[in-house]
Each structure stands twice: as structure tokens, then as C-alpha cells.
Write a protein that binds this ligand. Structure first.
Ligand code: MN
Length: 239
């Protein structure tokens, strides 16, 4: 007999998949400082070579921060909401126990989407200044709009693909994915040292330079070449 829940269980967040079906989200991992040009614009040192890159910066968003209907509310407690356009990796298989080898990591990938790692930059700056965690700057409600997912076999080689973000028709961010400091297999390898990766996990891969403020009413259009498109409008805060 199943024990009864004492509160109603929250629904599992789901992302649509092109061609049919949905992807139920378990966890959302995010990578910080994964493009050298963005690391520099944030005042951090960018590694001169792969040997000097150290270990990636990871943080999380709650799964229910995912937004798939293309509208987000301007969040509370900030006056500096920033966009960060990112490649999103969707895992279709559980990782085997232990450390995942780089050359075995691609087999875990179901497909890809694009997303916005929305950030309360003023709260992040305050947290960084005090050596405190980024959670309230990154993991707030509706902080992770994502596109539909496409199967990895439809994407092929990621390196030459162009990730871009227009806001109100003006290009704010763009970079090819060969500029990632840690590529997808390398990030999955690094994550596997810390966490048991599972089917249903999403990984936001980090953003290139050009992060900037969003205002209520702004219309974001993120693209990965002509393969993926995410439209997202920022609504005025609730009165
Ligand atoms: Mn980010």
C-alpha cells in the first residue's frame, strides 16, 4: 500500500521534444565561466590553455525553474536581470557508477536545446563580493527558459554551430561552440566526479560574452544556427 502524501506532489517539469514526446526533467546543472570572452567580461581570468583551465564552476537551478511557454515574469528582488544564452544538453541515459570517461560521455546525450540562464546580476555581484553562494542570483522561479529539444543525431558536430541571442531584434550575444573552454564530453566527465548523472538531467553549458540587462517587455530570440530557436518575452513584474 502506498503511503499517502500529506501535500499535493508537484508536477515533473517537462520539455517538448521535436518530432514528438516530452523530456521529464530531473536536475538542472549549470556551468559558469565556460567561454573565455565571458570570463573576462566578468572580471575573471581566462585560461591561456587547456592545461591551465583548472576545474569548471558548477551551480544548480531547481528543475521547476524551467519555462517552456516563452514568457517569464520579471523577477522580484533585483534591478539588474541579465540574459545568458546557453547550449542545453539533455541526458537520455544514466551514467555508469564511478567516473565517466570523456570518450564515453557522448553516449549519455539524448539531445540538445538552447536556454537562457537568467541571472539576478546585482545579487550575484553582492554574493561574490562576500564570498557567498550564488543560489538566490541563479536559482529563482522561471530562471531557466528552454527551447524544444532536438535529438543529438539531428545536430551532429557542435563545434561549428553558432549560438546567438537577439533582444528586440538587436544581436547581444553570439559565439560558435568551438569556443567552449570545456566541451560537452569534458563537462559530463567533470560532473560525474561530483554527481551521479541520470536520464532526465539537463546541463546549461555556459554563456559567451555580451551578457546585459533585460527590461520588462523585452523580446529575446535565441538561436543555434537555423536548428533551434527560443523566443521568450519578459513580462512586467506583478503589481
Ligand atoms: Mn550561465
Amino acid at each position: 500500500m502506498q503511503a499517502h502524501d500529506v501535500v499535493e506532489a508537484a508536477p515533473v517539469p517537462r520539455v517538448p521534444v521535436r518530432g514528438g514526446g516530452t523530456f521529464p526533467v530531473r536536475r538542472v546543472y549549470c556551468v559558469g565561466r565556460n567561454f573565455a570572452d565571458h570570463a573576462r567580461e566578468m572580471g575573471a581570468a581566462a585560461p591561456a590553455s587547456k592545461a591551465e583551465r583548472g576545474t569548471p564552476v558548477f551551480f544548480h537551478k531547481p528543475a521547476d525553474a524551467i519555462v517552456v511557454d516563452g514568457e517569464v515574469d520579471y523577477p522580484p528582488a533585483t534591478r539588474d536581470l541579465h540574459h545568458e544564452v546557453e547550449l542545453v544538453v539533455a541526458l537520455g541515459r544514466d551514467a555508469p557508477p564511478g567516473e565517466l570517461p570523456v570518450d564515453g560521455a557522448a553516449a549519455l546525450v539524448f539531445g540538445y536545446g538552447i536556454g537562457l540562464d537568467l541571472t539576478r546580476r546585482d545579487l550575484q555581484a553582492a554574493a561574490k563580493g562576500k564570498g557567498l553562494p550564488w543560489d538566490s542570483a541563479k536559482g529563482f522561479d522561471q530562471s531557466a527558459p528552454v527551447s524544444e529539444l532536438v535529438p543529438a543525431t539531428d545536430v551532429g558536430d557542435l563545434a561549428p554551430r553558432l549560438l546567438s541571442l537577439d533582444v528586440n531584434g538587436e544581436c547581444r550575444q553570439q559565439s560558435t561552440l568551438d569556443q567552449l573552454i570545456w566541451d560537452v564530453p569534458e563537462i559530463l566527465h567533470e560532473l560525474s566526479k561530483l554527481y551521479a548523472l541520470r536520464a532526465g538531467d539537463l546541463v546549461f553549458m555556459g554563456t559567451p560574452a555580451g551578457v546585459a540587462a533585460l527590461q520588462p517587455g523585452d523580446e529575446c530570440v535565441a538561436r543555434l544556427d537555423d536548428l533551434l530557436e527560443l523566443r521568450c518575452q519578459v513580462r512586467a513584474p506583478a503589481a
